[in-house]
Design a protein around this ligand. Structure first.
Ligand code: BGC
Length: 391
């Protein structure tokens, strides 16, 4: 990741220098009192980029994907000569709403928002609409507002299908090519879902459950805890510690007396790490470790896949999503409509939001190199160490 970032940074720097005629307008980098990071980089003379100011609101820095998303969007826009106000909301709704309010009062010409709580931004979106500021919903759909102009995301239902498919492959019920596997079961599994204030959580869940349902119906898959509703499986704000606690509780309640767990459907790598810790603490170890899925190809989890503790993750190339957000923004700022490839799926409670959906891939131990290293998403050194290189 580091190489890509450097190249992008260098070209952004060259652009800035060209725009300033070599002048010094490097911008600022401050950490606010609440711990959120503010980055406002001047794109040209007079304190503003030629293209104007764009506000980019990301939900948190606790998960590395959002940092990568934020930086990629920022770099892409700066390369086009825009000034970018990039903010991370610390998973705290008031922090994010304040950040967006301040982007609007600072004169942002467009907003790109990955919401913490998709239902909590109506007032901000009303204010943006009153100023004629287009809003691009990033990765997570903003709900209950007619003032969401466009949505860039992955095919979230399909991500859920991929997570369930990976689980079935791990259990031996399917082969990686989709054909029927040799295993017959029955297998004991438990189900986790994401945060219920994130619209994506429902898409991941529905894709996964639709895929697993035939196996529940014929008794091949059993959920010993009986917790099969999304409300029971959900983890508020996608917190690793909450997932670990829930897994510990499930093991205590439903797996005493020799009952063993064979697999866990987990919709995000951070949750998977909590689940894996709980399983290890309960005495599970390789090579008979339960099959645990994931999402995001976070580097610590990629290493866990190499170490055979996590079975799979879903790779969503955040660089492609960021590029799509930049393309959509460019269209609006040129007075055009961005190109959508889905105008049916994402109903936000008020209207169907035109969307551009990207594809994702299942990562197993044997395709880490092909998907993650060869594409430059992670280096081999990062995979080996389980840590992202600095910078
Ligand atoms: C994103 C996932 C991510 C999750 C937790 C979801 O909205 O689509 O990629 O794993 O949030 O950050």
């Amino acid at each position: 990741m580091r190489g890509m970032k450097l190249v992008a940074l260098l070209s952004a720097l060259l652009l800035v220098l060209a725009a300033c005629g070599g002048g010094d307008d490097g911008g600022s980098d401050t950490t606010a009192a609440d711990g959120s990071t503010e980055e406002t980089t001047g794109g040209g003379g007079g304190g503003g980029g030629e293209g104007g100011l764009i506000g980019v609101a990301m939900p948190t820095q606790t998960s590395e994907r959002w940092i990568a998303d934020g930086n990629s969007v920022k770099e892409g826009l700066e390369e086009l000569g825009y000034e970018v106000d990039l903010q991370f909301g610390n998973d705290d709704i008031p922090t994010q709403t304040q950040q967006i309010d301040s982007m609007i009062t600072s004169g942002a010409q467009l907003l790109i928002i990955a919401a913490i709580d998709g239902t909590a931004l109506t007032a901000q979106l009303d204010a943006a609409a009153a100023e004629g500021i287009p809003v691009v919903s990033y990765d997570r759909l903003i709900r209950d507002s007619e003032n969401v102009d466009f949505y860039v995301t992955f095919d979230n239902y399909k991500v859920g299908v991929q997570q369930a498919t990976a689980l079935l492959v791990g259990l031996g019920l399917l082969n990686a090519d989709g054909s029927e596997g040799d295993a017959t079961g029955p297998f004991n599994i438990e189900l986790f879902a994401g945060s219920l204030d994130d619209n994506n959580a429902f898409f991941f869940w529905n894709g996964a459950i639709d895929t697993l349902q035939p196996y529940f119906d014929d008794g091949t898959l059993v959920v010993p805890s009986g917790q099969m509703d999304i409300e029971q499986a959900a983890i508020l704000r996608w917190q690793q510690e909450t997932a670990q606690r829930r897994m510990e509780d499930l093991l205590t309640a439903a797996y005493s007396g020799g009952t063993e767990i064979d697999g866990v459907l987990s919709p995000y790598d951070g949750l998977s790490r909590g689940i894996i810790t709980a399983l290890q603490n309960a005495g599970y170890s390789t090579p008979d470790f339960p099959v645990v899925t994931g999402q995001d190809a976070e580097i610590a989890s990629v290493k866990l896949i190499v170490d055979e503790l996590q079975q799979s993750t879903i790779f969503k190339d955040t660089r492609k999503l960021a590029a799509q957000a930049v393309t959509a923004s460019q269209a609006y700022l040129a007075g055009n409509e961005p190109e959508a490839n889905d105008t049916e799926t994402y109903e936000n409670g008020v209207k169907v939001v035109p969307s551009y959906l990207l594809e994702s891939d299942i990562v197993y131990a044997d395709n880490i190199t092909a998907l993650l290293v060869d594409s430059g998403y992670w280096t081999q050194e990062e995979v080996d160490s389980g840590q992202a290189a600095e910078g």
